[in-house]
Ligand binder design. Sequence first.
Ligand code: GLN
Length: 487
Amino acid sequence: MLEILKKSAMEQSRALKNKEVSAVELTKASLERIKSIDEKLGAFNSLTEETALETAKKVDEKIAAGEELPLLAGVPLALKDNMNLIGSKTTASSKILENFVSPYNATATQKLLDNLIPIVGKANLDEFAMGSSNENSAFKKVHNPWNLNKVPGGSSGGSAASVASCEAALALGSDTGGSIRLPASFCGIVGMKPTYGKVSRYGLIAFASSLDQIGPFARTVEDAAALLEVISGYDKHDSTSLKLPVENYRNSLNNDIKGMKIGVVKELVQEGLAEDVQKAIQNAINTYKSLGAEIVEVSLPNLKHSIGIYYILATAECSSNLARFDGVKYGHRTDDAKNLLEMYCKTRAEGFGPEVKRRIMLGTYALSSGYYDAYYKKALQMRKVVTEDFLRVFAQVDALIAPTCPNTAFDLGSKTEDPLAMYLTDIATISANLAGIPAISIPAGFDKDGMPIGLQIMTPQLTEAKLFNLSYKFEQAHDYYKQLANI
Ligand code: GLN
């Protein structure tokens, strides 16, 4: 059964339709694989076996009745453990929500269920999606399937590792500053952050609401495009969700890209890039040239401020969003409090890990009356300036390319003592969140140690079709995506 698990989601879907395998068999195979290898990987916080098999059974009934199947029906998927699925725990990899059971489905989850996609389990993450290495999970670390001593990237490390190791064909993650693209790059798969507002955030545990966006993980561009089609669309439960029709991205994957103008972001290919990553970018430039695209160098002069802006805005928003975890309504409550104030304080002290506490404190500080203008307001203004950089550049080019990260996956433990070094991992990804534009990471080769390298592509808001088109053309020009982690 490993052979079928190694196939892409679309191939698995075809195998189901051709009755080469049943949906129950496929889901069982995925669950078996998780049970046999996940002790080494740590990609899952919990399995949702019953729901998955129930969904798979419905798929088999439809096949038996000769009915048409919805897109990706029967293809096993891992759900990041910060999205609600009724009856399953949604922990956000935090002690404060360790025993929290989802009372309702996130809209993205509901759409998966409507399409009969079996959700096999809840994928590990950095606590409340805060981190770049998945080492901030309160429960366990995730290991990179290509080398178990390395990080998978974060915060959606479990989602990425599960897809890269063929535990599941698909996964959902959330991306606030790079949490889908970075782990996709470190794990050698496709990870995509849609335009802000494309996918409803209802039922996603909020980290920084003006930046958070749910998106797909897959091993091929076509699979990622299909999964975005399933989960996107207007939702009245999310006031920031966009009232636009759901698009079919697969139709334009193979469009000719001759004559398209692609900008190479100067600031992201200069200093500080690992040599092999540099080579991979040059290789990408050559590939696009040979496909007929025109390559120009462009500058995003304010990109250097993006980490500073992000760590004020994201922490400010998280300090507000996480105020609800106070022992009253959700999750953990201390056993040991003499009065209400002590209950709040002890609950939060016991429930949150060190990175989450650091961010709540930073954000509270940035929002406090004496500092609001100096930090929060300034950061908001600078966000606009970064966004304007993109608008100016997109007046000249169709798309931007850059590395997803200046380096490949690093050793577990090597950055945990240095938060700033960890924050810098997101230098190439954060600005897309600030500007609300779609961005993707696709496999673009390997470094000398065999670790995957990710190519990032960014396009203007709501041009996902073009983003997938450019990604698909690159993917098909190489066979990087065919190489799988050997675990
Ligand atoms: N690594 C970034 C952070 O720690 C981004 C996280 C994310 O996108 N959720 O905040």
